[in-house]
Design a protein around this ligand. Structure first.
Ligand SMILES: Cc1cc2nc3c(=O)[nH]c(=O)nc-3n(C[C@H](O)[C@H](O)[C@H](O)COP(=O)(O)O)c2cc1C
Ligand SMILES: C=C(O[C@@H]1CC(C(=O)O)=C[C@@H](OP(=O)(O)O)[C@H]1O)C(=O)O
Length: 362
């Protein structure tokens, strides 16, 4: 298994959904960084299960306990180990999937590859493991603010078929859907309640936006910032596509001279060129599939290879995208922190420009 993300600023996670704890070890964080506890907890609270009627009703406090690497509120440069206790597991809900595989979840390929499977919850494949990622991402965010004055934010742009129109960041924290459009949260609520009523689920699109990162992050040719960002984002549960820049796939439909018509005043390519950050905002749009567990009966296969009809009990998110913005921000922050530390080791010694070209048009 691959349980570590990053090289210089590296996070290794441990735990399973129904085990006693999940946690992580963050290695490579520079010393002297102050933040740490409150910043981590604030991010964990944004992702926590059981926080509203629109998310899984598993009630976890998600309190992070820092075990090492922080002394008197500041990082020491040593590995930062932290644990998050799990207290509201309900493993009996999963008795039914012990002998059958949930279509769309990780059950079958885990069984096929490892020849054993922790069927309680999703085991290691569960999004419970995004909690330590968010905690590590909070440390990465604090490092990026300290090193570059950078900020990474995310919001929900689409729930099912309902699209938000970009409104303002100020709405994101004031509605339970992390939507940037105040008007869209009503329709998102309807969409989610309808999914819950029918025992179904909906997909979502999330946008992650990084401001203030310097030009030059990334390592061409084979560790380009775009490829490591896509690697990190595609590692998050339920992510099916990532688009760098707001044009993404549509970039191929533009005339070349129109795509960059306004030079650095526009940012249709999402702040990355040649695999390096340009100093403009880095923008990624991410598509998440609907929740695979469903309480409706579906066709599946049993461990014995027989065709069966099965359903999943348990407490599931009707839309996994709802709790995904802090997770996707965290993985983007880990990727940027890793790139930033490698950047310091690989520049040629010239003065790095402190000004970023401004972009006004997207
Ligand atoms: C924040 C978040 C919450 C999730 N909650 C659930 C859930 O309640 N039930 C479920 O079946 N899947 C949930 N998922 C998705 C599964 O973890 C994921 O689909 C599964 O591990 C299979 O991996 P894949 O979709 O990446 O192929 C969630 C994903 C995220 C990002
Ligand atoms: C526990 C969390 O989310 C879980 C993610 C998840 C999955 O299959 O990904 C399935 C559910 O797990 P369980 O049935 O074991 O409670 C969610 O509650 C969490 O995010 O902390």
């Amino acid at each position: 298994m691959s349980n570590t993300f990053g090289y210089t600023f590296a996070v290794s996670t441990f735990g399973e959904s129904h085990g006693p704890v999940v946690g992580c070890v963050v290695d490579g964080c520079p010393p002297g960084l102050r933040m740490v506890d409150a910043g981590i907890q604030a991010e964990l609270d944004r992702r926590r299960p059981g926080s509203s009627q629109y998310v899984t009703q598993r009630a976890e406090a998600d309190r992070a306990v820092i075990m090492s690497g922080v002394f008197r509120g500041a990082t020491t440069g040593a590995p930062i180990a932290l644990v998050i206790r799990s207290t509201d597991q309900r493993s009996s809900d999963y008795r039914g999937i012990r002998h059958a595989f949930r279509p769309g979840h990780a059950d079958y390929p885990y069984h096929a590859k490892y020849n054993h499977r922790d069927y309680r919850g999703g085991g290691r494949a569960s999004a419970r493991l995004t909690a330590p990622v968010v905690a590590a991402g909070a440390i990465a965010k604090a490092y990026l603010t300290w090193a570059h004055g950078a900020r990474i934010r995310g919001c929900m742009m689409r729930v099912g078929t309902r699209r938000a129109r970009y409104a303002h960041w100020c709405y994101v924290r004031s509605n339970p859907f992390s939507s940037c459009d105040a008007r869209a949260s009503g329709t998102a609520a309807q969409c989610m309640l309808r999914a819950l009523l029918h025992g179904s689920s909906v997909g979502a699109t999330v946008v992650v936006w990084a401001e203030g990162l310097p030009a030059g992050l990334g390592d061409p040719l084979y560790a380009k910032l775009s490829s490591s960002l896509a690697h990190g984002i595609m590692s998050v549960n339920a992510v099916k596509a990532v688009r760098i820049g707001l044009t993404g796939m549509e970039a191929c439909g533009y005339r070349g001279d129109m795509l960059t018509q306004h030079g650095f005043l526009s940012n249709r390519l999402g702040g990355i060129a040649g695999g390096l950050s340009t100093g403009q905002d880095i923008v990624a749009a991410i598509a998440l599939k609907p929740t695979p567990s469903s309480c409706n009966y579906r066709r599946s296969t049993s461990r014995a290879g027989l065709s069966v009809f099965m359903r999943t009990r348990g407490r599931h998110d009707p839309c996994v995208g709802m709790r995904a913005p802090p997770v996707l921000e965290a993985i983007a922050a880990l990727c940027a922190a890793d790139a930033s530390l490698k950047y310091r080791a690989s520049i040629s010694g010239h003065r790095i420009p402190s000004q970023h070209p401004a972009s006004y048009l997207y």
